[in-house]
Design a protein around this ligand. Structure first.
Ligand SMILES: [Zn+2]
Ligand SMILES: [Zn+2]
Length: 246
């Protein structure tokens, strides 16, 4: 049985290239889950014909709107449009439940009156440890990104495969360990020319390429100058709707 990874959204926070915010859907024999769920994620799922209710869990790498901002929309839809009945687990940095509550209250005032008719569970990922949710193993590694977002990188074990994902964050010495032996390494790569703080810049990836021992690397979350350069680099780059079978 294979594991597939679908880049439902492959964009940055600002809609560069007309791309949707980060939303990566993983289909494994055991479960279907999303990794990050940016503000436009329901649009991303609908474009691909992915039923919202089939997402069993959402793993959030950090508390930025382009990675978690779709959750309030998901919850409202689950209660109203999609009439969800199956359990949903939201896994993320410490404080994820409060963040979702506050974001939902800000985006949908009055929605606190609605109570989900499905089991809604929040799981907090403390840093640098391995967590298990059903058959999914989540190893949390440090990331250097806006500190207030409690940024993480994650190594996800599912279906006998390892999917590693930098989340947002600049080059850090943990990345070779994050990559080691992974079936797929997903790296954000925001900038190409002028370095941008708190983000991976392509020259850092190129300079450290030999230290990244993953079977496959895909770059995503590209800003304008990186998008323009994407055709001329050896690494694969994601696009909205890209599907990778591991
Ligand atoms: Zn981002
Ligand atoms: Zn971010």
């Amino acid at each position: 049985m294979s594991v597939t990874v679908t880049f439902a959204g492959s964009g940055d926070a600002f809609g560069s290239g007309g791309r949707l915010n980060t939303c990566i859907v993983v289909d494994a024999p055991e479960m279907r889950f999303a990794v990050d769920f940016g503000a436009s994620s329901l649009v991303a799922l609908n474009r691909l014909g992915i039923d919202h209710n089939t997402i069993e869990a959402i793993v959030v790498t950090h508390l930025h709107g382009d990675h978690a901002g779709g959750i309030p929309f998901m919850l409202l839809d689950a209660m109203l449009g999609a009439r969800r009945q199956s359990a949903l687990t939201i896994i993320g940095p410490p404080g994820i439940e409060r963040w979702v509550e506050q974001a939902t209250a800000a985006l949908f005032p009055g929605s606190h009156m609605m109570k989900p008719r499905f089991a809604l569970e929040f799981v907090e990922l403390s840093n640098t440890s391995t967590h298990h949710h059903d058959q999914l193993a989540i190893e949390v590694m440090p990331a250097i990104h806006t500190p207030e977002t409690l940024p993480t990188s994650v190594r996800l074990g599912i279906g006998g495969k390892i999917i590693s994902y930098t989340g947002d964050g600049e080059w850090n010495p943990h990345m070779p360990a994050l990559a080691q032996g992974a079936d797929l390494l997903i790296m954000e790569c925001y900038a190409f020319g002028k370095p941008v703080k708190y983000h991976l810049n392509y020259p850092d990836i190129a300079a450290n390429r030999e230290a990244l021992n993953a079977k496959r690397i895909v770059l995503t979350h590209m800003g304008p100058d990186m998008l323009a350069a994407a055709r001329d680099i050896p690494e694969a780059t994601a696009f909205d709707g890209m599907v990778i079978t591991l």
